[in-house]
Design a protein around this ligand. Sequence first.
Ligand code: ZN
Length: 454
Amino acid sequence: MTAPPTWTEGVPAIDHHSHAGYVRPGQHVSGVDHYVLENAMGHVEGHVPHADYQAYMGLVERGDDGGAAALGERLGIPALVAASREFQTTTVHAVALKEGCEALYGPVAPELLDEVSRQARLDDPVGLYDRALLLSGTASVLTDIPEIDAETWPHERYRPIARIDPYLFPFGHPAWTGRGTDAPRFRRIFFRVLQRQLELSGTALPTTLEAYTEFVIASLERRRSEGFVGLKIASAYVRTLEFVRTDVPTARDAWRTLSAGADRPFDGREAEADLDPAAHKALADHLAFVIAEWAVGASMPVQIHTGFGHTEPGLRISTANPLLLECLIGDPALNTLQIILIHGGFPYSSNLTALAQMHGNVHLDFSWMPYLQHHTVTRVLEEWLELLPANRVMFGTDTGSPEMHLASTLRARTALDGVLGSGVADRLWTPRQATWLAERVLHRNLCDVYGIDL
Ligand SMILES: [Zn+2]
């Protein structure tokens, strides 16, 4: 008996949200075990006193492997990691990682997988990702990473997306008083990208808001001319999604307050203790609108992270609620800004549906969901596709792992096939409409919004 035809078979996908390119030659390269370990840190953080955990992660981040191992032993971290590994085995993440490894490497003994995947990355990172794309029917990806080496990762297949967050916090952040190391890690990455952009522009941090704004726009213009196809806001990891339009005089005051308060240069590692939180928010809010207005004129779509975050605490789920974006989305000057709310916004997926239903410029992607959730992907796709017009939903993986790309794409195709099949059975859609929807979701909507060809 042959398998029934599927709606997505042979339809090329474009991955709307990827992190392909994070692994580059010369960098410290890890195998797939790294993802399991990363997830385990949430379990560790929840079982070790806060100060001890911070001290341990400080050693890890400084590259002091010996010190970290010694302290880790004293804190019982190896046992906590082992326990987390076992508890993780029933998650979709574990299943997807296994599926992706099998599809890419064939039958490999579990204890050898980490080394096999590490070696494959070392040997030919682009070739490995290319293979994952080929096997999953993915034509290209939009990739969000701090920097991408155009010569290593060809832009026709790996189209870069620039985060705007590094530009929003030129003076760093008020002291981090929360749990975990995830939010401080984002701050450091934002800071490094800003330093790099200043360096590329041949300038130190400008001393006035006006000069700084000029630098930001010039930097974005340059990146656009280099092939960046869109922008991303990942700020939910470090602040609220409530961006409020803030006028120039208020922003200028905030700039003055922050530059006077910054008594020592922000080093990208420690947050500054005496930054005024209100000024910090006012300046970032102002800059976000400046950049969004530039994006309207430059026809640069903007992806926005909504909903939950990583397995370690940091992101506040309550302030990552996409409804907080109503100030930004509702701004008359931004009514033609192409916005894509990404990650399915879990647990706010229905809030996304409503926002997209009410704003013709708002689109949704379900990246991340395919390798974290199984039944939920189907439920979300059902809701989105039956209520929203056909031009609003996009597929994405949200991974820098070739194994996860492959598994996520195949899982997303299966979920989409199921939803389209049951829609046809329920006489919601004709077979022709189901075929059309498969194309729209897998690549056509993205091509239209970004103005790119398949
Ligand atoms: Zn992502």
